[in-house]
Design a protein around this ligand. Structure first.
Ligand SMILES: [Mn+2]
Length: 363
């Protein structure tokens, strides 16, 4: 409970004297712990003195019992509520309100602008980005739990792999196991690919693609645990892989491992990407590593920090959680990606996904 109050306090310190208008689920979950299904269900406003959460009758009971960090107020109609919110800001002496420009629709922005008559409205993209990039203890615990469930679900799913099973059926089994072990479900659409289709970095599992006798299999998945997600990729084999596959696999593994060995606080984001990229370039596959090295994980599957050679600014900081996912993709042949989750603690990187072995795995 304290964590939510602390986050609101940090937000106030970052933008002193300002008011905030939040209307999307990520911000609500981060600042109150309460999640409703749609972005437009629930409005959170924060002033220098108070926080108010406006919600309709469908959620009011749950919100009242679950939210310690804001006063929960029942609303009859969202339209009227927009008009009444201005009074809360005025009573608390707010002269300028910040609103998240990355997520608001043009129509809602117009409505809010009109409703806040007399108060300045400033559109600010991704207001919570810098706060959310640095995880607190409770967030690390949730991500770690998501990782634990991922391991259990993955290992259980391996048991049913045999020639004839389809990509889609395997993905369904994996997602069923995630829920069975306590997850809310997948953190994103699971990627389960067989054979040459492993060279599609974001392929969609198909019903009519069946596992063969000898097969390369790529599974990229995450578990949503209390709205926080893990993100893991394992590439492995049913039957003996070819020498070429082994060589590519070991190259990707070396790149992945080098990042784990070298990553540290204050490193520039692009240089982290470079660690893996150089390793892959040395083996001659530099042009087949066709995406960036990794991204932050948390309430969203892709969030700050972005570990990419395109990042001109930004450094790793203590408290960040991110993926380390080099890959090599050989069109019409096969692809290999190995993705791990890392937490940068004050005493160095913590390999969250170490429970899922990364040496060549043959089923
Ligand atoms: Mn990822």
């Amino acid at each position: 409970m304290e964590y939510y109050r602390k986050r609101i306090e940090k937000l106030r310190n970052l933008y002193p004297e300002k008011g905030f208008f939040f209307f999307h689920d990520i911000a609500r979950t981060y600042l109150t712990g309460f999640s409703s299904s749609e972005d437009h269900d629930g409005i959170l406003i924060v002033t220098p003195k108070n926080a108010y959460f406006f919600i309709d009758a469908r959620y009011i009971q749950a919100a009242k019992s679950q939210i310690p960090s804001a006063k929960v107020i029942l609303i009859e109609s969202y339209k009227d509520t927009y008009l009444s919110i201005v009074e809360y800001f005025k009573t608390d002496g707010v002269e300028e309100v910040l609103i998240d420009g990355n997520r608001i629709s043009y129509t809602l922005l117009k409505t809010v602008k009109k409703a806040l008559r007399g108060i300045k409205l400033k559109v600010k993209p991704d207001i919570l980005r810098s706060l959310r990039a640095i995880k607190d203890e409770s967030e690390i615990a949730l991500i770690s739990k998501a990782v634990d469930i991922s391991e259990l679900a993955f290992n259980k799913t391996l048991e049913i792999i045999k020639p004839g099973i389809s990509e889609a059926d395997l993905a369904n089994e994996l997602e069923y196991q995630m829920r069975k072990f306590g997850g809310l479900g997948p953190g994103f659409d699971s990627i389960v690919l067989f054979g040459p289709r492993t060279s599609l970095p974001h392929g969609v599992p198909q019903k009519d693609i069946k596992c063969r006798d000898k097969e390369i299999i790529l599974i990229d998945f995450g578990v949503n645990y209390e709205h926080y997600t893990s993100d893991i990729t394992r590439t492995f084999f049913l039957g003996e892989p070819t020498l070429h596959m082994k060589e590519v696999y070991l190259t990707v593994l070396r790149a992945n491992q080098r990042v784990l060995d070298k990553v540290k606080t204050n490193m520039t984001l692009r240089s982290v990407d470079q660690i893996a990229r150089k390793e892959i370039e040395k083996s001659g596959y530099g042009d087949r590593f066709i995406h960036s090295l990794g991204h932050g994980i948390g309430l969203e599957i892709h969030e700050t920090p972005f570990l990419s050679s395109k990042m001109k600014r930004g450094r790793l900081q203590v408290g960040m959680t991110f993926t380390d996912e080099p890959g090599i993709y050989l069109e019409n042949e096969f692809g290999v990606r190995i993705e791990d989750d890392i937490y940068l603690s004050s005493s160095g990187p913590v390999h969250l996904t170490s429970g899922l072995k990364r040496e060549i795995k043959i089923l």
